[in-house]
Design a protein. Structure first.
Length: 409
């Protein structure tokens, strides 16, 4: 365990709800056979609440210099040109921009793009199950812990009329990284991931300097610990969640999906020693991250209820009121299954019976216990997954262009 003296060097949120979070993490503890917390890993989690993505921070410092007349200032137009065509195509490319792209384009030797593409194909075969787990277990389930949720409220990122748009952008990014060859340099997944990395660095810079963020309480606004925890929700928690819905994930599929997200995490700037090759490593890290989290804050219920209510405002081609009411009821039913009664209470959500889960499990039993065992069945599932993704994006974006939020000029 971390000593009291050592803990004083960490933000106050660190380990402040240990008893509660150990109870929530009991399934992970049993799964990983963790008898006691690793003190070295636990200490790193506390320390990295104060660590940022330094490469992204250096680029933002050149975009927002103390001296506006700084010769080596980077403009947003230059970043966009470098992202689309490479830094070498930017006339008089500033050093910070050149250095940033020199790193993100220097693909680590451990990246196997064939395995990345197999992971993307396996992810596409998850279809609506991936979207359900991402929204219900990963996103809304993550609102039971303070810190990142409070930052979202501060930025207005998932409240009011922005809720649907921000959810759409998250879904668009997840779909983009899982397309064929999308994570190669010129692929949409690569470009959107680097785009999101800069967005995070800009938000971090803003809230580190505007006096509105309590660093002593929460750590840096977007820090290494929270980034690693978010990545763990997109890979390890995702794979556990789809299995809870009756999806069979083979060892080969698990390894490939983990590899895809490992490279995504590297591009996002997550510390490399926290990028996991397999589920066992990820679940162990996730358990330690969970135990060290804060408890729920007022931001959690606000965000969760905004998303639940936003189901009525999605884009439906017909019977919008009826379908919106159904989607809201379905979401509450699925949340009751994943979060149990305690989670619904934490987020001030109305209790619902998990009626929506049984039909999902029944369909998945056929799809993944029967169809997925043959080549043609897997091809059918991949086509179904692609259609599901297209319908999902249409539901969130409507007639708007499918994309990620624009960076400021």
């Amino acid at each position: 365990m971390v000593t009291q003296e050592a803990a004083t060097a960490y933000p106050r949120r660190f380990m402040e709800a240990e008893r509660r979070n150990r109870r929530l993490g009991r399934p992970l503890r049993v799964l990983t056979r963790t008898v006691r917390l690793d003190p070295e890993l636990t200490g790193l989690i506390g320390q990295r609440l104060r660590h940022r993505d330094e490469l992204g921070a250096a680029l933002v410092a050149a975009m927002k210099p103390a001296d506006p007349d700084q010769a080596e200032r980077v403009t947003m137009g230059q970043f966009k040109d470098a992202l689309d065509h490479g830094a070498a195509c930017v006339p008089g490319c500033p050093a910070a921009l050149r250095d940033f792209f020199a790193v993100v384009e220097d693909t680590p030797t451990w990246v196997d793009f064939d395995l990345v593409d197999r992971g993307a194909a396996a992810y596409r075969r998850l279809g609506t199950n991936a979207a359900d787990v991402m929204l219900q277990l990963s996103l809304i389930g993550g609102y039971r812990f303070g810190g990142p949720t409070d930052l979202l409220v501060e930025t207005g990122g998932l409240t009011g009329r922005k809720t649907v748009r921000r959810l759409a952008e998250t879904q668009k990014w997840a779909v983009a990284v899982s397309q064929p060859d999308a994570m190669r340099r010129d692929g949409e997944g690569f470009k959107l991931t680097v785009h999101v990395r800069l967005m995070h660095a800009l938000v971090n810079h803003q809230f580190e300097t505007n006096g509105r963020w309590d660093i002593e309480r929460w750590g840096l606004p977007i820090n290494q610990t929270d980034q690693a925890a978010t990545l763990g929700l997109f890979n390890g928690a995702l794979l556990l969640g789809v299995r809870m819905l009756g999806v069979r994930v083979s060892p080969e599929e698990s390894r490939a999906i983990m590899h895809m997200w490992k490279y995504v995490g590297w591009l996002m700037g997550v510390d490399e020693d926290w990028l996991c090759d397999n589920e066992a490593q990820q679940h162990r890290l996730n358990y330690h991250l969970l135990v060290t989290q804060s408890t729920v804050t007022a931001a959690g219920p606000a965000l969760a209820n905004a998303i639940v209510d936003a189901q009525r405002a999605l884009h439906y081609p017909n019977l919008a009121r009826v379908r919106g009411a159904y989607q809201r009821a379905r979401l509450l039913s699925m949340l009751r299954y994943f979060l149990r009664a305690e989670g619904m209470d934490d987020l001030h959500l109305p209790h619902a019976l998990p009626w929506a889960v049984l039909p999902v499990i029944a369909r998945n039993t056929v799809r993944y216990q029967v169809l997925s065992r043959t080549r043609r069945g897997r091809e059918h599932l991949e086509r179904w997954g692609e259609r599901s993704s297209a319908r999902l994006l249409d539901k969130y974006f409507g007639e708007q262009q499918h994309g990620i939020g624009q960076l400021p000029c």
